[in-house]
Design a protein around this ligand. Structure first.
Ligand code: GLN
Length: 455
């Protein structure tokens, strides 16, 4: 009830698409009964969670913030959500996002723009929440939820976590099942976690990670629950942390650069070894990401044909006309643009020039990371280049400027490695500033430990 009250108080921020009042009450009652009989089931029993509206929740509207799925109620639960339910968690609502998780601002949703809770002055003058999991970040930052799930394909969990001052974890590719996460880019999508503290992220990861036979890309290696030592017992002596030169880019704000330096100095003074390193192919990650993203989007969006599920246009002239009218009405300009671009890159005459070349370059980006792990244990970078921009400045920006907002986050998705955004302090404008840590595949236990040390 406190959580529902909080959601009501912060309604103007548009963090939620659906609030599950009755279902939540029912789950809470069940949880209460279990408490009466003694111990809670797990760390998650009775805990309030929110889930980005691109995860399937049985019988509960799942829209992807798009007209195409406005009336879609999935017949099954995403595995990550099911594991929450099995552990006794309570779903309070489905959170806002950019249509089909395409974007970095949570500004393209048929349910309206999500506003950042920090520095929000009025309905026209506010900072963006970041995206595409902006609703999840705001729901955690305002205290409406203990934890939220997001999806991270190129930064969609870390970017809003950075702008809203919460922890945002993108785990190793395949560590959490993608079953029931409506796909954007299958080869890069991961289920991400947003919470207020690193310990909370660990509790959530322990609840939902691990092999799922229904996801062919799920890692088969058994997941061992993570236990972090208390902050007072934590030591980082001798841990090698790389500072990649390529992350010092145009548009990096002075304040973010200072926070990055300050954390590096703090770690050094605590005994870590700080080392400048180079990942020479990083500069290609934005173009490589864009091409591969759009190619996979083209293929993924083919399922929305007006026949199987979702929107169906009133059209009886021909089947082709039904397809095209449904897709014209159902998708926004961003989705349509990516479908067209992807088809262009995949034309027989363009395939090698764009798609094959992007795949080869992706391998080079991955090799850079493989090489750097011979020198260091983790990489320390900014998460975003600036604090959250004002909505009016963001929509006024040229496309190039907007694209580079994902500069620091996309490479981790191309390589599949884990990465986390940790909030550090507030800027002069009173907005959160954050840093990012990246590690080698399945380095979550240490990555989270170092993050806890920093937070
Ligand atoms: N901003 C990136 C995009 O638009 C990342 C999105 C995401 O991670 N879902 O594709």
């Amino acid at each position: 009830r406190e959580s529902l009250k909080r959601i009501k108080e912060t309604e103007n921020l548009k963090a939620f698409i659906t609030v599950t009042g009755n279902e939540a009450e029912e789950l809470a009652k069940q949880s209460e009964k279990r408490y009466k009989n003694g111990q809670p089931l797990s760390d998650m029993d009775g805990v309030i969670i929110g889930i980005k509206d691109n995860f399937c929740t049985k019988g509960i509207s799942t829209t992807c913030a798009s007209k195409m799925l406005e009336n879609f109620k999935p017949p099954y639960n995403a595995t990550a959500y099911q594991r929450f339910l099995d552990a006794g968690a309570i779903l309070i609502g489905k959170t806002n996002l950019d249509q089909f998780a395409m974007g970095s601002g949570t500004i393209n949703s048929i349910y309206g723009v999500t506003k950042n809770n920090w520095g929000c002055k009025d309905d026209d003058n506010f900072y963006i929440a970041g995206g595409s999991s902006g609703g999840s970040a705001v729901a955690v930052a305002t205290g409406a939820c203990f934890a939220c799930l997001g999806s991270d394909t190129g930064g969609s969990v870390r970017n809003p976590a950075s702008y809203c001052g919460v922890i945002g974890l993108k785990p190793t590719y395949g560590l959490i099942s993608r079953l029931g996460l409506i796909p954007l880019v299958n080869s890069m999508d991961v289920v991400g976690i947003l919470t207020r503290t690193v310990d909370d992220t660990v509790s959530v990861l322990n609840t939902i990670a691990g092999f799922d036979e229904k996801d062919s890309t799920s890692l088969t290696k058994p997941f061992k629950k993570i236990r972090l030592p208390p902050a007072s017992k934590m030591k980082i002596n001798g841990i090698k942390i790389g500072i990649p030169l390529e992350y010092n880019v145009e548009y990096l704000s002075e304040e973010v650069a200072n926070v990055w330096n300050d954390i590096a100095s703090m770690l050094k003074s605590e005994g870590a070894i700080i080392k400048p390193v180079s990942l020479p192919h990083t500069e290609y990650s934005i173009v490589v990401y864009s091409i591969l993203n759009q190619c996979e989007v083209t293929s993924n969006m083919a399922r929305y044909d007006g026949i199987e599920f979702g929107l169906r246009a009133r059209e009886d002239y021909s089947t082709e006309k039904l397809y095209s009218t449904t897709r014209r009405l159902g998708f926004d300009e961003v989705v349509k643009g990516r479908i067209l671009a992807g088809n262009y890159f995949l034309l027989a005459s363009n395939y090698d020039k764009y798609f094959t070349k992007a795949l080869k370059s992706r391998r080079l980006i991955l090799n850079d990371f493989d090489n750097v792990w011979n020198e260091v244990d983790f990489l320390l970078t900014p998460t975003t280049l600036t604090e959250a921009p004002l909505y009016k400045d963001y929509v006024g920006q040229d496309n190039r400027h907007r694209l580079v907002e994902d500069y620091c986050t996309q490479a981790a998705n191309l390589a599949g490695i884990p990465a986390i955004s940790v909030p550090i302090k507030l800027s002069k404008n009173g907005l959160p500033l954050s840093i990012q840590l990246m590690g080698r595949n399945l380095s979550e236990p240490m990555l989270l430990a170092v993050s806890k040390f920093i937070e």
